[in-house]
Design a protein around this ligand. Structure first.
Ligand code: RIB
Length: 307
């Protein structure tokens, strides 16, 4: 089975002409609420693309937002979530500009109390059934560290998105099966290791060597994905040429589709291509979970653009 450990949010999204400058006041073009949270985006996308039950270790509040999220999880056969009586459901305040880029400020609420104990219980109850586990950085740091360590012990394949980047500890990366940073996250992590190779490819190879990750997948928006495989082969995967209206959640949808592809038995390049199609389709629609494509759309996209 595929599992996810991570956050759930309600996204409060302001469409703006441009990102608000320090000291500036501007009027939003629109305001919308969407289902979000990096963990929940991955869980719902994995459910939608696989038609399978998904296990999801997350925390939501017992408020009206939490109740709506609970109904949504139940509809998608997502199990394992925890409801807290004393904390509100997580929120993310997002600006999306005219070219679809975003800036996100999160207010963690229940995500901030997703504890080691909750993850321990989740893995005790479900660990045997999990083949791939997706995880990101929107829950407490000690919980992430504990979860990664436990997943490694149980030999569950880990797909780790180091977002938000600051929470990542380099020492966690050894033995991670798939690390999927975007450009900003990779630059941040490689600087921590003082990697100064001349080309991105050489930096990626050095990063893999220094950290001990098994496979590195560099997500670069519309530019080719760069992979360093477990046997140190460098591979490129072409992405899709598409006009973005909102990139929120695209990275999460990529990771979920990657997990689904690998779970189906695709090789890493094929799984990345599949994930890239899912992410490309998602940026053509507004919102995070509202932009998850269906299986047929991905099939059509993959058959239209061949290289
Ligand atoms: O990755 C996108 C997500 O990050 C949004 O849905 C928002 O909730 C933040 O967590």
């Amino acid at each position: 089975m595929i599992a996810v450990i991570g956050s759930s949010n309600i996204d409060i999204v302001y469409e703006v002409d441009h990102f608000t400058e320090p000291g500036e006041t501007q009027t939003a073009l629109s305001l919308n609420h969407y289902y979000g949270g990096k963990g929940a985006n991955q869980a719902v996308a994995a459910a939608k693309l696989s038609n399978q039950n998904i296990l999801f270790s997350t925390s939501i509040g017992n408020d009206s937002e939490g109740k709506k999220i609970k109904n949504r999880f139940d509809k998608f056969n997502i199990k394992g979530y925890f409801i807290h009586g004393n904390f509100h459901t997580g929120q993310a305040f997002i600006e999306v500009n005219r070219v679809g880029e975003n800036k996100i400020v999160s207010n963690p609420g229940a995500n901030g109390v997703h504890s080691k104990a909750l993850v321990e219980k989740f893995l005790k109850e479900n660990g045997e059934d999990i083949d791939y586990c997706l995880i990101q950085n929107e829950i407490p740091r000690e919980t992430i560290g504990f979860a990664l360590e436990s997943l490694k012990e149980k030999e569950i394949k880990i797909i780790y998105d180091p977002a938000a980047k600051e929470k990542t500890k380099i020492k966690w990366l050894a033995g991670i099966d798939y690390l999927t940073p975007n450009k900003t996250e990779f630059n941040y992590l490689k600087e921590k290791l003082n990697i100064k190779e001349d080309t991105l490819a050489n930096q990626a190879l050095m990063f893999k060597k220094e950290t001990g990750i098994r496979n590195l997948i560099l997500k670069r928006g519309s530019s080719d994905i760069i992979i360093v495989t477990k046997d140190n082969k460098l591979r490129k995967v072409q992405t899709f040429d598409i006009e973005a209206v909102d990139t929120t959640g695209a990275g999460d949808i990529f990771n979920a589709a990657l997990a689904v592809g690998l779970y189906r038995g695709y090789n890493l390049q094929k799984a990345c291509r599949y994930a890239s199609a899912a992410a490309a389709l998602s940026v053509t629609k507004k919102g995070a979970q509202s932009s998850i494509p269906d299986q047929q759309e991905i099939k059509e996209m993959l058959s239209k653009q061949t290289f």
